[in-house]
Ligand binder design. Structure first.
Ligand code: LLP
Length: 404
């Protein structure tokens, strides 16, 4: 098991590269990938890392190195995947509401494609007919996921082609002689309940018979990891068993062995990453003590945007007396990371670590308030490597055209 990076090690990283800094632990990513391989070893399964979670090119290269495939949500992510060295057949492009020209580019590049609208499906059919295998992203009308913002498969969701329109899909497939090899759903992020995946399989198996060239059922991402001790997580072992049962049953009934694909993002990189920040100021207020840190929602938006909970450790004073704090950022609007959180006594200058920040942390960062984006560090084989330098003033100006 990949050991958690020690407080001393993280302090050294912060001292060497400054704060705020994102730190990723390569071996933890590998460990997570191997958990998946193990849990699904009895099925014909492929995993595609949903790289929207974290796209630093070194992370992508590492993901490739450990043998995992990659799922992209924009054509630029496809370009990054190619840059990282992924073979085209190991790249999947699952997007939503994109222009047809992006799909054409993906086709030219030769990657796997899932299409999520009838209009693009029809355009694809007219242009490529039976010549290029393609997948369909469906909206299965399943409510799932940690909160509504990250729930994508329900009746009011913008994602995928509504299941009710399957007749229209079949009409387009027939008319344009499409070669449908993949049916895809992604119902949400942070799905605790294995039954949600089982329901997804059931929905897709119900319509699989209409697609004689079907090879793949793609169930998307959404495996939940623990954000705090005792948190419920997706039981991937149980899911692995369920998948085997269901796919074996399908094979017996229809004489076809389907592959199952997953697109994990958080599961692979969330726990592998943390954000280290320094406490700038302490402010005693009548109701709480504010610990004001040198980062904000510009660098780490999950707590404010989703109300998500992240463990915070004071690594400069881990054995200090326990006290309550509101940990807040330095942005000129409310950016609370934690409220009335019990932490080891904080002094100005202490280093705090936000855990579980590898997924959708740096990736959703911005330069709001004209602050520099943080540096990123990858720890591999016990060594810390700078994989993105902190912004400098030129980065804030580089795309601006001064006309005044
Ligand atoms: N596949 C598709 C088609 C997706 O849209 C997503 C995530 C994934 C896979 C990966 O899901 P994961 O395994 O990471 O749960 N920013 C939010 C999460 C948004 C997820 C968007 N789609 C957060 O920080 O919670």
């Amino acid at each position: 098991m990949a050991e958690q990076l020690s407080n001393e090690f993280l302090s050294e990283v912060a001292n060497e590269f400054g704060t705020p800094v994102y730190v990723y632990h390569a071996e933890k990513i590998k460990e997570q990938y191997h958990k998946l391989l193990d849990a699904f070893k009895h099925s014909n399964t492929r995993f595609f890392y949903a790289c929207k979670a974290l796209t630093n090119i070194n992370v992508l290269k590492y993901i490739k190195e450990i043998g995992c495939n990659i799922d992209c949500s924009s054509i630029n992510e496809v370009m990054l995947a190619l840059h990282a060295g992924f073979a085209k057949e190991n790249i999947l492009y699952t997007s939503n509401n994109i222009s047809f020209s992006e799909i054409e580019t993906a086709q030219q590049l030769g990657v796997n494609i899932n299409i999520d609208s009838i209009s693009n499906l029809e355009k694809f059919g007219k242009k490529f007919g039976h010549t290029y295998p393609v997948g369909i992203r469906l909206r299965p009308n399943i409510m799932a996921g940690g909160n509504l913002k990250i729930s994508t498969g329900h009746r009011d969701s913008k994602f995928g082609i509504p299941l009710e329109q399957i007749d229209e899909v079949l009409r387009v497939v027939k008319k344009t002689n499409l070669r449908i090899t993949d049916l895809h759903i992604h119902t949400g992020s942070e799905i605790k309940d294995v039954e949600v995946f089982a329901k997804g399989i059931e929905v897709l198996f119900d319509i699989a018979q209409y697609f004689p060239e079907l090879e793949i059922i793609d169930l998307g991402g959404g495996f939940k990891v623990a954000y705090k001790p005792g948190d419920e997580v997706t039981d991937i072992e149980l899911l692995g068993k369920k998948v085997k049962e269901e796919f074996d049953f399908f094979e017996k009934k229809f004489g076809r062995r389907l592959q199952v694909w997953f697109e994990p993002g958080k599961f692979l990189v969330s726990e592998a990453g943390c954000l280290i920040t320094k406490v700038n100021v302490l402010k005693a207020a009548p109701t709480t003590t504010f610990a004001g840190v040198d980062t904000g929602l510009n660098h780490f938006i999950r707590p404010m945007f989703y109300g998500s909970y992240h463990v915070i450790d004071n690594i400069s004073n881990p054995d200090g007396e326990k006290k309550k704090y509101n940990v807040v950022g330095n942005i000129c609007e409310t950016d609370t990371f934690a409220e009335h959180r019990t932490l080891s006594e904080i002094r100005e200058g202490d280093l705090l670590v936000f855990r579980n920040a590898g997924a959708y942390g740096f990736e959703m960062a911005s330069n709001y308030n004209s602050r520099f984006k943080p540096a990123e560090v990858l720890v591999k084989d016990g060594k810390a490597h700078l994989i993105r330098r902190r912004d400098v003033l030129d980065d804030l100006l580089k795309n601006q055209i001064e006309i005044v």
